[in-house]
Write a protein that binds this ligand. Structure first.
Ligand code: PA5
Length: 450
């Protein structure tokens, strides 16, 4: 298997009968997912996306990425939630932590990518404007609904900056809009202003959209190979079709999560040993949390970054409330290595490590942590990818997407809706005085005065 899935460290917590006992339920979940008999069936187009995507648009994405690389030093990517996390996590995964700080030559022509519209912080926006300074820039506004407040505000601000820097005509050529094919304020604006635009397919929800133009344009703008990204996902889509739990590790992962959940392990920590995977956990948290946290149930997805957090959260994981399990995303061969030097004085007592590579030390840390946490009562699963290539990332993305589809159906919910994200938005609109929310505003303002 391309991804090595290791569940040996759940054996203390899961009886050997339990996984096979899930087989019949997994078969049923598979039917719901594959045949569209489950809830949310209209939002399963991500299943076939890696092969069944718009090839003409894919070519346009590559051309737009090239144009941005030629006429801009910075690409401002505006979006939130599913319209942000995929691109951000992929770029960190593929390009590392210091990508934006590298020279253009070191970036191999890739453009610097910064993100906006994923909070309401004025200070962040101010600092970002300072970072852009007088550099040439373009904007990729991403919003499926086209009406989300955070990105809409950021877009208005950066649009004004583009116009004052370049004039209206040139500004319009530096705006790339990724949105619904027909609906929403952003689509209306695209039609009125003639921006180059890309489509978020109807049947793909925000958290499943990284392999659509939502993720692909920003990723391609860094020079990453989006063909390989799609190829990895496509191969995974073919490798994870067998419902047999002894053969399909994505399904097995889904089954074990549900076994653990039913025993009271209600919090899952997504973990890594490489800082550039930190945002991958953020993407994963949205994928899992928005898919499964509903109907007053669901595993709570959390994360930890190792070895960093072993010096903070480590105590809790080892000895706190025993409701945690861990899923480690491990990279077998990180892109670089560093040797630990010899020091004649050895005042720090580290000479026992001389000549060893940091990757070896990191691997030993991983092994030691898994055993310690297991002894402390924490089930651990490991999902290992060979490297940090585009192909591996595509494969990994699909692994978790298909796993959460099965997992959600195993827990009897609709994995593809997100009714709960609307509640705060209505309140915020009402409190901000948006037309149409007058009644709610009156009610909320009374409550706030109490
Ligand atoms: O998954 C979701 O539905 C959300 O996280 C959305 O992606 C997020 O709210 C952004 O929505 P939109 O793309 O419509 O601006």
């Amino acid at each position: 298997a391309y991804i090595k899935f290791d569940d040996s460290k759940v054996s203390k917590f899961v009886h050997e009968n339990e996984v096979p006992e899930m087989q019949a339920m997994v078969n049923a979940a598979n039917t719901e997912l594959r045949e569209g008999t489950g809830a949310g069936a209209d939002f399963r187009d991500w299943l076939h996306l890696p092969s069944d995507y718009n090839k003409e648009e894919f070519a346009r994405i590559k051309a737009a990425a090239k144009k941005i690389q030629n006429d801009s030093e910075v690409l401002v990517v505006i979006g939130i939630g599913g319209s942000y996390l995929g691109a951000k996590s992929a770029i960190d995964f593929l390009q590392g932590d210091f990508y934006n700080a590298k020279s253009k030559a070191e970036r191999k022509g890739g453009v610097q990518v910064v993100f906006a519209g994923n909070s309401l912080s004025a200070s962040y926006l101010h600092e970002l404007e300072g970072f852009i300074g007088d550099k040439d820039f373009s904007v990729n506004i991403i919003s499926k609904s086209g009406t989300t407040t955070e990105p809409s505000i950021a877009f208005r601000i950066f649009k004004e900056k583009l116009i004052s820097k370049y004039g209206k005509e040139e500004a319009d050529k530096r705006i790339y809009a990724t949105t619904d094919a027909k609906c929403g304020a952003l689509r209306t604006e695209v039609e009125a202003e003639g921006y180059e635009s890309f489509v978020i397919p109807d049947g793909v929800g925000g958290r499943f959209s990284v392999l659509t133009p939502v993720g692909l344009l920003p990723i391609a703008a860094t020079g990453a190979d989006i063909d390989q990204l799609m190829k990895g996902a496509d191969d995974a889509s073919k490798d994870y079709v067998d419902t047999d739990l002894t053969k399909n590790d994505a399904y097995r992962y889904a089954a074990i999560r549900n076994i653990l959940y039913r025993k009271g392990y209600v919090t899952e920590l997504c973990e890594n040993y490489e800082p550039n995977l930190r945002m991958f956990s953020e993407w994963w948290k949205q994928l899992m949390g928005e898919s499964e946290g509903k109907d007053q149930k669901g595993i709570y997805p959390s994360s930890a970054n190792f070895t960093t957090d072993l010096h903070s959260l480590g105590q809790y994981i080892q000895e706190g409330l025993r409701n945690l399990f861990e899923t480690v995303i491990k990279v077998k061969q990180p892109p670089y290595n560093v040797e630990i030097p010899m020091d004649k004085e050895n005042l720090d007592g580290l000479n026992y490590l001389k000549g060893q590579s940091m990757n070896e030390v990191n691997d030993k840390a991983y092994e030691g942590v898994v055993l310690a946490h297991n002894d402390g009562g924490v089930p651990v699963m490991t999902v290992e990818v060979p490297d940090e290539s585009e192909y591996s990332l595509g494969y990994l993305i699909y692994f978790f997407e298909v796993a959460v589809g099965i997992s959600g159906y195993l827990n009897g919910i609709n994995p593809f809706n997100q009714p709960g994200v609307e509640a705060y938005k209505k309140n915020m609109f009402a409190l901000l005085g948006k037309p149409g929310f007058e009644e709610l505003a009156e009610k909320l303002n009374k409550e706030l005065k109490k």
